[in-house]
Design a protein around this ligand. Structure first.
Ligand code: HEC
Ligand code: HEC
Ligand code: HEC
Ligand code: HEC
Ligand code: HEC
Ligand code: HEC
Ligand code: HEC
Ligand code: HEC
Ligand code: HEC
Ligand code: HEC
Ligand code: HEC
Ligand code: HEC
Ligand code: HEC
Length: 455
């Protein structure tokens, strides 16, 4: 890095040199300077071409060699002699004519080390600013080129536009950067800047530093990412990694190709949790068709179901699918947040229905007799208790209720799958009770005021 101090030594100059070092001062008595030649060092014999580069330094173009090389008496007559002044303390010479770099917090090492000519020719070069090499090649004289050898290379780095981001001399920001955090990237990515600044929700690392995910130079994955979702995301969201890798029931959405990005924007959104769309629309972007599970079960087309069944369950009216399902996967059947029995029959326990009872009163199934806890009663005979609260063949809620939506009151189902059989319920509601004629038993009525005695 140290500035080259040019020392021209030729064998024929030895005598002169000895004289120089012995006396300690410059004396060239035997050679007389020619006044005519002293004006310029550029002649057809001498230094021809020094001013013929595409980019010639100002003082060279003006023939002012002396401003840097000093007086060199005798050099013109005897160029082989060591009379060429060593140029030391280069930056001071440069700054005699050039404005000093503004005082900033960071200075590139070669600039601190007086190495102007590590990068600039003092005379001229084929490249702008008399640079010794073009674009990135200049930097790669000292830095490892591997930074741009990833499969996906950032536009400006690929074309050697290093100084678009790095000041080659001094800078206010570490790594000699021209700006800090996202602002560096916003210098060029103005559309992203606008989106992010206007967004209601910005992913925290995006607000802090784009390079937390993107390599500014190159990387093995598209968009200069070191990895793709979900691995990229797990780098910080270790709790999600832990949860998703250990849970029993996986969600296809996380397991399929874009994984997290099926639902989340990596940068920003106007929807909470940086979702791509309104929460329910996110779900419907896939559940607008049937899915076949590995066991052969076919999951219904939920979008069509909701369109065909107008009486929707409370949380669905609030468009909150995640109130019941964990979109990332779960320990429970159907990625439910809380337990809910998977079959038609289930021995009763309150915990088995934790899902329903996280919003509804569990008392509806606890007391054999009630005057008010549930409307599903015949006189005071609690029919919820009667059907559900059994150690053998307790009926699960699904025996009678649709979870998502139905065309019958109280989300009673039109029919229920019982083995291979699709049982119709034929539910009829009245002011004070109701009736059904399911495949399970003959017509049964209940009436809260005038207890039916058909049962
Ligand atoms: C802005 C300062 C500056 C000016 C003006 C300048 N030189 Fe140099 N010159 C240097 C420095 C510094 C070196 C040492 C080489 C290096 O560090 O790259 C040098 C080196 C040289 C060398 C050694 C060979 C080489 O090219 O490196 C020659 C010959 C030379 N200069 C001739 C000239 C001539 C002739 C002129 C006038 C036309 C001139 N210089 C003007 C700074 C200057
Ligand atoms: C005697 C005064 C003088 C000295 C000393 C000097 N320069 Fe210059 N330099 C100039 C002039 C004059 C120009 C031409 C400016 C222009 O064209 O606008 C110039 C141009 C440049 C340019 C191109 C700038 C541009 O905007 O195109 C660079 C780079 C440069 N000098 C670097 C150096 C370096 C490095 C040194 C020290 C080794 C140095 N200069 C020493 C006078 C000097
Ligand atoms: C690491 C390489 C490097 C070193 C060392 C370096 N420069 Fe530069 N310099 C550059 C590059 C690259 C540019 C062109 C910047 C651009 O394109 O914006 C430049 C531009 C310039 C310019 C013209 C544009 C401007 O910023 O005014 C001057 C003058 C200059 N340098 C002077 C110097 C001086 C004086 C030194 C030593 C104190 C020095 N440089 C050291 C790489 C270097
Ligand atoms: C003459 C050798 C040389 C050249 C040419 C050079 N650098 Fe450097 N650069 C260094 C050295 C030495 C360091 C400090 C050592 C280190 O931290 O790796 C450094 C450090 C850096 C740093 C890290 C700064 C920090 O704070 O740690 C960046 C960024 C950088 N250089 C970018 C560039 C760019 C961009 C170019 C081309 C315009 C360039 N360098 C050209 C020698 C050079
Ligand atoms: C889009 C802006 C941008 C461009 C263009 C760019 N860099 Fe960088 N560079 C950065 C940022 C940001 C960092 C700091 C990375 C970090 O903090 O992890 C950096 C760091 C560096 C470092 C030091 C750390 C390291 O990764 O080794 C060097 C050296 C470097 N850049 C050289 C270059 C060179 C050479 C080029 C041109 C081929 C270049 N940069 C182009 C933004 C850029
Ligand atoms: C000097 C201007 C400039 C700066 C600064 C800059 N970029 Fe870029 N970026 C570009 C250009 C040019 C492209 C190529 C555009 C294209 O291919 O459509 C690009 C492409 C990208 C791409 C790939 C886009 C695509 O659709 O393939 C990403 C990702 C990216 N930049 C991220 C960043 C990040 C992160 C930063 C800040 C560290 C940054 N950029 C800073 C100019 C810049
Ligand atoms: C949390 C990680 C992360 C952070 C932080 C991040 N990005 Fe991205 N970025 C990504 C991912 C992942 C993609 C790929 C998106 C895809 O495949 O649809 C991407 C894609 C891009 C693209 C190309 C596609 C597009 O969306 O236009 C650009 C440009 C981009 N990012 C710029 C930025 C900028 C600028 C910042 C900082 C303000 C930033 N990124 C911060 C993860 C991130
Ligand atoms: C560099 C670390 C980092 C990476 C990589 C990262 N995140 Fe984050 N993410 C965070 C931090 C920090 C928060 C804020 C956490 C908090 O506030 O508690 C966050 C929050 C979130 C949130 C909640 C946002 C909200 O508004 O509550 C979501 C969703 C998210 N990240 C998804 C992702 C996805 C998807 C990826 C992969 C594309 C990803 N993250 C990659 C650090 C990261
Ligand atoms: C099927 C769509 C979907 C997929 C795929 C998905 N998420 Fe989410 N994510 C959501 C929804 C919806 C929420 C909001 C849930 C809520 O409010 O309880 C959320 C919330 C989050 C949160 C913030 C709240 C929390 O639970 O901590 C983080 C962080 C998060 N997701 C990260 C991820 C990561 C990482 C991935 C990939 C492994 C991912 N998500 C995949 C839909 C999804
Ligand atoms: C990217 C597409 C996609 C999105 C978005 C999506 N899903 Fe899924 N979902 C699937 C696939 C594929 C399956 C079936 C494969 C599997 O889970 O193994 C599935 C299965 C399910 C299952 C049954 C899980 C089981 O194995 O029993 C439920 C429940 C579910 N999704 C709910 C949701 C909810 C709620 C949302 C919105 C937060 C959502 N899905 C968003 C693709 C998606
Ligand atoms: C009140 C809680 C709750 C809400 C809200 C909810 N679900 Fe469900 N979901 C369930 C339960 C319980 C099951 C299991 C039903 C069964 O097997 O009887 C289920 C099953 C599913 C299935 C599998 C269906 C099948 O054919 O087996 C999908 C797909 C699904 N839900 C998607 C959604 C989507 C999309 C939303 C939002 C529109 C949503 N769920 C809202 C509780 C809920
Ligand atoms: C996230 C909260 C939540 C969960 C979990 C939940 N529900 Fe609901 N449920 C509601 C809301 C809210 C209503 C609407 C109440 C209203 O309109 O007054 C409702 C209404 C009902 C109704 C109709 C009540 C009426 O008077 O019209 C039935 C039946 C029902 N839920 C059954 C269930 C079953 C069965 C489960 C378990 C699979 C369940 N719910 C899980 C919130 C929930
Ligand atoms: C044998 C059929 C059947 C089963 C099994 C069943 N319900 Fe009901 N449920 C009904 C009927 C019928 C009504 C409507 C009563 C009325 O309003 O006349 C009802 C009404 C409700 C209501 C509205 C409030 C009320 O009690 O009147 C809720 C909430 C409810 N059921 C939740 C559940 C839950 C949770 C389960 C499972 C633990 C369940 N039901 C099991 C038939 C059933």
């Amino acid at each position: 890095m140290k500035t080259a101090s040019v020392i021209f030594i030729s064998l024929s100059a030895a005598a002169v040199l000895i004289t120089l070092s012995a006396s300690g001062k410059i004396s060239f008595a035997q050679v007389k300077p020619s006044a005519a030649n002293a004006e310029t060092c550029i002649t057809s014999q001498c230094h021809a071409g020094i001013d013929k580069q595409k980019f010639v330094h100002g003082p060279v173009a003006a023939g002012k060699c002396k401003v840097c090389h000093g007086e060199s008496p005798g050099h013109n007559e005897n160029p082989a002699a060591y009379i060429f002044k060593t140029v030391i303390d280069i930056s001071n010479i440069c700054f005699e004519c050039h404005k000093k770099f503004p005082a900033r917090k960071f200075a590139h090492y070669p600039v601190q080390a007086d190495g102007c000519t590590d990068c600039h020719s003092p005379h001229g070069s084929p490249y702008k600013f008399q640079l010794l090499y073009k674009g990135g090649d200049l930097c790669f004289q000292c830095h490892d080129e591997a930074i741009v050898e990833g499969k996906f290379i950032h536009g400006p780095a690929a074309v050697g536009g290093c100084v678009a981001c790095h000041d080659p001399h001094t800078a206010d920001y570490a790594m000699n950067l021209k700006a800090e955090g996202p602002e560096l990237c916003f210098m060029c990515h103005t559309d992203k800047a606008e989106n992010i600044k206007q967004a209601q929700f910005v992913h925290k690392p995006v607000a802090e530093k784009c390079t937390k995910c993107h390599n500014p130079h190159s990387a093995s994955k598209q968009f200069m990412l070191a990895s793709t979702a979900p691995v990229l995301c797990y780098g910080c969201h270790t709790d999600k990694k832990e949860q998703i890798s250990t849970e029993a029931v996986k969600h296809g959405a996380v397991e399929t190709e874009r994984s997290c990005l099926n639902c989340h924007d990596p940068h920003n959104s106007n929807i909470a949790r940086i979702l791509l769309m309104d929460p329910m629309d996110v779900c419907m972007s896939c559940h607008d068709r049937e899915y076949k599970l590995p066991g052969g079960t076919v999951l219904m087309n939920m979008k069509k179901w909701l369109a065909d069944n107008k009486d929707q369950h409370g949380p669905i009216r609030q468009k909150d699918c995640s109130g019941c399902h964990n979109p990332h996967g779960s320990e429970n059947f159907r990625i439910l947040r809380k337990p809910y029995p998977p079959a038609f029959y289930e021995p009763f326990s309150v915990e088995n229905y934790a899902l329903c009872f996280s919003c509804h009163e569990k008392t509806i199934v606890l007391n054999p007799e009630t005057e008010k806890l549930t409307n599903f009663r015949n006189g005071n005979d609690n029919l919820h208790f009667r059907h559900v609260n059994k150690q053998v063949k307790g009926r699960t809620c699904r025996a009678c209720h649709e979870t998502h939506a139905s065309n019958f009151p109280k989300h009673i189902r039109k029919s229920v799958t019982f083995g291979e059989w699709e049982l119709l319920l034929n539910f009829q509601k009245t002011e004070t009770g109701g009736s059904c004629t399911p495949g399970c038993h003959k017509l049964q009525k209940y009436d809260r005021i005038n207890k039916e005695i058909t049962q």
